[in-house]
Design a protein around this ligand. Structure first.
Ligand SMILES: Cc1cc2nc3c(=O)[nH]c(=O)nc-3n(C[C@H](O)[C@H](O)[C@H](O)COP(=O)(O)OP(=O)(O)OC[C@H]3O[C@@H](n4cnc5c(N)ncnc54)[C@H](O)[C@@H]3O)c2cc1C
Length: 322
């Protein structure tokens, strides 16, 4: 008899396993999440970034073509920190208008440009057929200490929203922070700022990504109590690279709960398993949100379709034919 069989037949093991079912049956009971048959298919949107190289361009367009049949409400294209991708963002958005059935939204920031220059960019978008802007303040360019408004520019996103509404009747989305913007003086001040952006004409907020669903749901309560009634669409980041996401989260004020570290433990060099864990984790997050009544989701795709596609599928989205 080998050691394993020896151990398995031992008295201690028998006692331990005799306790197993009792432990399972006396642990906390978790009500199951509703199955998607009972739920309406949510509205989806996908965020892309403008590609810097030919290879990244191909990756972006493969991602766009894979997600297009899911018929998202809109897709958005980011604006590089410090306004560094103005041309690339414009070209990507213009191509989306010309070559796809998608409705693009262009991100636009206040950084490093006068009001006149920002208004001109907006006018170009309008002329190109773009009707939706994600209006943001932006951050200081890399290497600079903190954000300083351009002397002739829009100082904050709320000012930009008001300015854009003067340029044309854009649909405007803005950013919201369930865990507070990292430089806000208080959660109340940050919420007042969100309210100002809505009052200036924004009709949707998209949140910074978060991992603690409870924090987001409490934030919705606070928004409603502050008189905000527009959708506060959860920004979902499928975590394909835990190390990078941890680093980035520290800068943008998103808490990385301890359980996430445990979930990705030992997977630094195992991208395949990491990917599967990421899909399972994001699926749980969106299903919990959906079970709580949320029916709009914004995905930070990082120009990769697979995780976002799989999670959208779990939410009930199916490709539209033709
Ligand atoms: C969905 C989403 C998309 C994003 N896309 C991009 C992108 O494409 N390009 C990019 O560069 N960045 C992007 N960002 C990051 C964003 O630019 C940064 O988070 C930036 O620091 C804040 O932008 P905001 O629009 O939220 O700023 P604001 O709403 O203007 O707020 C910025 C800070 O200033 C405070 N504040 C506002 N008004 C005042 C005032 N009058 N006096 C004093 N304090 C004030 C606010 O409380 C907050 O702390 C995105 C963020 C999100 C959530």
């Amino acid at each position: 008899m080998n050691h394993l069989a020896d151990a398995l037949s031992g008295h201690d093991t028998a006692q331990a396993s005799a306790g197993t079912l009792r432990r399972w049956l006396t642990g906390p009971r978790v009500a199951s999440l509703p199955q998607s048959l009972d739920l309406t298919v949510p509205k989806l949107s996908f965020e892309f970034f403008p590609p810097r190289t030919e290879a990244l361009e191909q990756q972006l367009w493969a991602c766009v073509r894979r997600l297009e049949p899911l018929a998202p409400s809109f897709v958005s294209v980011t604006y590089g920190a410090g306004g560094t991708t103005q041309e690339r963002t414009h070209n990507t958005v213009a191509r989306l208008v010309q070559e796809t059935a998608l409705t693009p939204a262009a991100h636009l920031t206040c950084v490093g440009a006068s009001r006149g220059e920002v208004d001109d960019v907006a006018r170009r978008y309008w002329a190109a057929g773009v009707r939706h802007i994600v209006a943001l303040r932006g951050d200081a360019p890399a290497g600079e200490a903190g954000y300083v408004p351009h002397p002739d520019g829009y100082a904050y996103a709320a000012d930009l929203v008001a300015g854009l509404k003067q340029v044309a009747d854009f649909e405007i989305s803005v950013a919201a922070y369930p865990e507070m913007h990292p430089t806000a003086s208080s959660p109340e001040a940050d919420l007042d700022n969100l309210k100002r952006k809505i009052d200036a004409g924004a009709t949707r907020a998209i949140t910074q990504y978060f991992f603690d669903t409870d924090v987001y749901l409490r934030f919705l309560d606070r928004c409603l109590a502050a008189g905000i009634t527009v959708p506060i669409v959860p920004g979902i980041l499928p975590v394909s690279n835990f190390k990078q996401v941890s680093k980035f989260s520290a800068m943008c004020g998103t808490a990385v709960p301890g359980w996430m570290g445990k979930l990705f433990e030992g997977l630094d060099d195992d991208s395949e398993t990491r990917h599967m864990v990421a899909a399972a984790m994001a699926a749980e997050q969106v299903r919990l949100l959906q079970a709580n009544g949320v029916d709009e989701f914004h995905f930070y795709t990082l120009n990769r379709a697979d995780l976002s596609y799989a999670i959208a599928h779990i939410l009930g989205a199916r490709p539209k034919k033709g």
